[in-house]
Design a binder for this molecule. Structure first.
Ligand code: FMN
Length: 215
C-alpha cells in the first residue's frame, strides 16, 4: 500500500516553502508565466462556483509609482513602521521588518502588481434589514484563489507576498484603476523574481491547533 508520505511529495514540500517574499528583483517576468500563475489561481473553489474574482495586473511604471507612494504613506502612518525601529538590530522581528521596509521602498520597481478583486456579497449571517451600503467583498471565496496564486508563484520560482494595506486608500485606488463599485480589492500581490532564497515557513503544527470532538 502507498504510505501517506509517498503521495504527491512535491506538493507537501512546496506548501511548506511559500514564504512572503518581499525582496524582489526589478528584472522582467514573462507575461506567459504570470498567466500560468493566474490560471492556477482560478482553479480554486468558490461557493456555487461563482468564481467572484477579477484581476487588475499592473506593470505600467506610472501606475506602479502611484500605488507605491500611497502604500508607503499608509505603512508609515497606519502600520507605523519606521526605519528607526530596526536600526542596529538583527533579531527575527527586525529582519522581517527590514524586508517590509525594503518592499515599501522598492514597490514601484516590482515587475507586476497584482490586485485581486472580489465581488461584493453579504455574508449569509447578515440579515436583510442590516444590509446597508456596500457589502464587503466575498473574502472567503477569493482567498482560496489567492493561496493558489501564492503556491503557483512558488512552483514557477517567482517571489510574491500578500499585502492588504491598500485598504487605507481603497476608494482612491478604485477610482484610479477603474474598478467597478460591485468589487472590492481583496489583496495586492507584488510579483517578481526573488532576491533571496525560498525557505521553509515556521508554523505551529496542526496537532497543537486541533481539538478532538470538543474544544
Ligand atoms: C490576511 C493577510 C493579510 C496580510 N497582510 C500583509 C500586509 O499588509 N503586508 C505584508 O507585508 N504582509 C502581509 N501578510 C503576510 C504575513 O505578514 C505573512 O504571511 C506572515 O508574517 C508570515 O510570514 P511568512 O508567510 O513569510 O512565513 C498578510 C497575510 C494575510 C494572510
Amino acid at each position: 500500500m502507498v504510505g501517506v508520505n509517498d503521495l504527491h511529495a512535491g506538493f507537501f514540500d512546496l506548501v511548506g516553502n511559500v514564504r512572503a517574499m518581499r525582496r524582489l528583483k526589478p528584472d522582467p517576468v514573462p507575461e506567459a508565466l504570470i498567466f500560468k500563475v493566474l490560471n492556477a489561481g482560478v482553479q480554486a473553489c468558490s461557493g456555487q462556483n461563482t468564481q467572484p474574482w477579477e484581476f487588475v495586473l499592473v506593470d505600467d511604471p506610472e501606475r506602479k509609482r502611484w500605488f507605491a507612494e500611497r502604500y508607503r504613506n499608509a505603512m508609515y502612518t497606519r502600520f507605523r513602521i519606521s526605519p528607526d525601529q530596526v536600526e542596529g538590530r538583527n533579531d527575527k522581528l527586525a529582519r522581517q521588518l527590514k524586508a517590509v521596509l525594503y518592499q515599501i521602498e522598492h514597490m514601484h520597481e516590482t515587475p507586476y502588481l497584482l490586485f485581486v478583486c472580489g465581488e461584493r456579497d453579504w455574508p449569509f449571517k447578515v440579515p436583510q434589514e442590516k444590509r446597508l451600503g456596500l457589502a464587503p467583498p466575498n473574502y472567503g471565496a477569493v482567498y482560496p484563489c489567492v493561496q493558489n496564486i501564492l503556491l503557483a508563484c512558488r512552483a514557477v520560482g517567482l517571489g510574491a507576498a500578500l499585502t492588504t494595506m491598500h485598504q487605507v486608500f481603497e476608494d482612491e485606488l478604485h477610482e484610479y484603476l477603474g474598478i467597478p463599485v460591485e468589487y472590492g480589492v481583496v489583496v495586492t500581490i507584488p510579483i517578481g523574481w526573488p532576491m533571496g532564497n525560498f525557505g521553509p515557513v515556521k508554523r505551529v503544527p496542526a496537532e497543537t491547533k486541533t481539538h478532538r470532538n470538543h474544544w
